[in-house]
Ligand binder design. Structure first.
Ligand SMILES: O=C(O)CCC(=O)C(=O)O
Ligand SMILES: [Fe+2]
Length: 242
């Protein structure tokens, strides 16, 4: 049986009268929910990219292969100050300690999502583990691989849009969040998308000699399709495949 998160609150920046470029979700996973056995492959781990070394060929290659082979990686030495990270954690905890009515002021609250198996219909997702409890798992070679967050690191994943832009070279990987029977888990996801008025499709340079594997459509149409579709696994990739 799939495990599920019990409470996910989507904090679209529009709630705060700012542009909606990077919606943020805070996930809180508690113990009361349907909980099942997880057949996880503990022996493998997602790659770790050192952002401070990205001007070197070796680290760039590592990043390329991380996007190609895993679609998921952690970044360290990313330059986000420790105080900023601590503030994110305390804000997330304070937010979840608010009474329910106060959390639901967001006009987008009806679009709350869970973390059953899915790929992100974003370009890139940055995920921060706001406490030490694990729960994120990614699908690798038909097995669920648990992500072991490095303290202070961000987990990055290639979203459907990047898979499409790269004409399938980079992979948007299915993932899910499972519950810990003992402890509460909290994570903060920040979604990065293309701006309105642009197109989503394989980059022209990549399809000069190769066949395009996905359709090209305006961002607006992509978003509309995402909101009106049943959100199941890699549903946007299925819709965009040629
Ligand atoms: O809670 C997590 O770690 C996963 C969240 C997630 O997959 C998402 O928000 O798209
Ligand atoms: Fe996700």
């Amino acid at each position: 049986m799939e495990t599920m998160v019990d409470s996910t609150v989507q904090l679209e920046r529009s709630c705060f009268q700012e542009p909606r470029q990077h919606p943020i979700q805070i996930h809180q996973t508690r113990d009361r929910i349907r909980c099942g056995l997880v057949s996880a492959n503990e022996s493998r781990q997602i790659p770790v990219i050192d952002v401070s070394k990205l001007d070197h060929d070796d680290e760039q290659k590592k990043l390329h292969f991380a996007c190609k082979d895993w679609g998921f990686f952690q970044i360290i030495n990313h330059g986000v100050a420790g105080e900023v990270i601590e503030k994110m954690k305390t804000d997330a905890h304070e937010f979840f300690n608010l009474p329910l009515e106060e959390k639901m002021v967001c006009a987008q609250a009806s679009k709350v999502l869970g973390a059953s198996p899915h790929s992100d219909a974003t370009a890139l997702t940055l995920l921060f583990h706001a406490n030490e409890v694990e729960g994120l798992q990614i699908k690798k070679d038909q097995k669920w691989v648990p992500v072991k967050p490095i303290p202070g690191a961000f987990t990055v994943n290639v979203g459907d849009v990047l898979e499409i832009l790269s004409n399938g070279e980079y992979k948007s990987i299915e993932h899910r969040a499972v519950v810990d029977p003992e402890k509460e888990r909290m994570s903060i996801a920040s979604f990065h998308n293309q701006i309105m008025g642009t197109q989503i499709g394989p980059l022209p340079d990549l399809v000069k000699t190769k066949k395009a594997l996905y359709r090209t459509i305006p961002v607006e149409e992509f978003r509309k399709m995402k909101l009106t579709s049943k959100q199941d696994g890699k549903f946007m990739i299925r819709k965009m495949k040629l």
